[in-house]
Design a protein around this ligand. Sequence first.
Ligand code: VNL
Length: 384
Amino acid sequence: MKAAILISALALGVVPAMAEDVTVGMILPMTGPSASTGKQEKAGAELYIAQHGDKVAGKTIKLLVKDDTGAADVTKRLAQEAIANDHAAALMGFGLTPLAFAVAPIATEAKVPEIVTAAATAVITEKSPFIVRTSFTLPQASAPMAQWAAKNGIKKVVTIVTDYGPGLDAEKWFGETFKHEGGEIIEAIRTPLKNPDFAPFLQRVKDDKPDAVFVFVPSGFGAMVMKQFIEQGLAKAGVKLIGTGDVTDDDQLNGMGEAALGVVTAHHYSASHDSPENKAFVTAFEKANGFRPNFMGVAAYDGMALLYHALEATKGATDGAGLIEAMKGAKWMSPRGPVEIDPDTRDIVQNMYVRKVEKKDGQLYNMEFETIPMVKDPFKATKK
Ligand code: VNL
């Protein structure tokens, strides 16, 4: 029966709708401790489609959002199902490094692009030639933070990072850059990813009496760090809080209260970035969702922009190798500023901004005050 319908449809010159669809399997933690990342990413991808239409190069984009709860075995199963059952032409998302890693062999074997719009350990793009990234890398943000700290009177630092891929990148690239600039790392503390409690570590930091504590925690944990930083009396003891922008995440920043004022971080995106593209993006994002975009929201928006760009370049052809080729060297104006996909590494090249938490129109924002233009991931740059 199905075959008969198909044959008559073809005889009439009607192409079955399926062939004209480009299904994107977007796999995200929509529940669990990283749910804010899922919420932001889904909103960013949907906004791009709403603004640009679901048709590109004669194809119709079908976004399927799947919840992996932050568990790598689920991510893997969902990626396999997206390819086998939904015929996904691209996979997108991946809220945490282990989740991006889990899908790399599947992307390679199925020859399907894995567009990483969240996870940020430097080495991820080396795990498959089908991985391309629109988020950032921890070395990209941590090295400029160290340079700024060394040049601005900070001499002794304790680092606290979450004990997995991106945290280890942050510890290494902040630490080595800071020492190279003449600074001293008194202690390097690692906290568990699951059920972290920063209080005992912050007590240790207080005893160490550094000028500053450098923090990396994944998006969604910043508010807890800030609360315990105050409760443990570090601000009162004159210890500054610095970090990558993950700790002053726009999703939580406004709820952190005045205690967050003055915190300096380095990152690639702030909701207060001063450009016409960003003003339009933030206005539309807030209107659609009722909350402010953070760096995850913008990375998913850009992941979709990159896929549209590639489909236009291939005139709608969806073979994975062709799409990846078309993504290499892509350049566009993101709400975060100018961006480019490095054709050698498939990682994003972008401005890094040094920012300070300030009040603007009664709300807390990361206000950018210094720009380091078009930073390539330093981890890959040093390997050449
Ligand atoms: C990662 C890196 C995750 C930075 C994050 O938030 C983040 C990761 C969930 O690579 O796991 O802010």
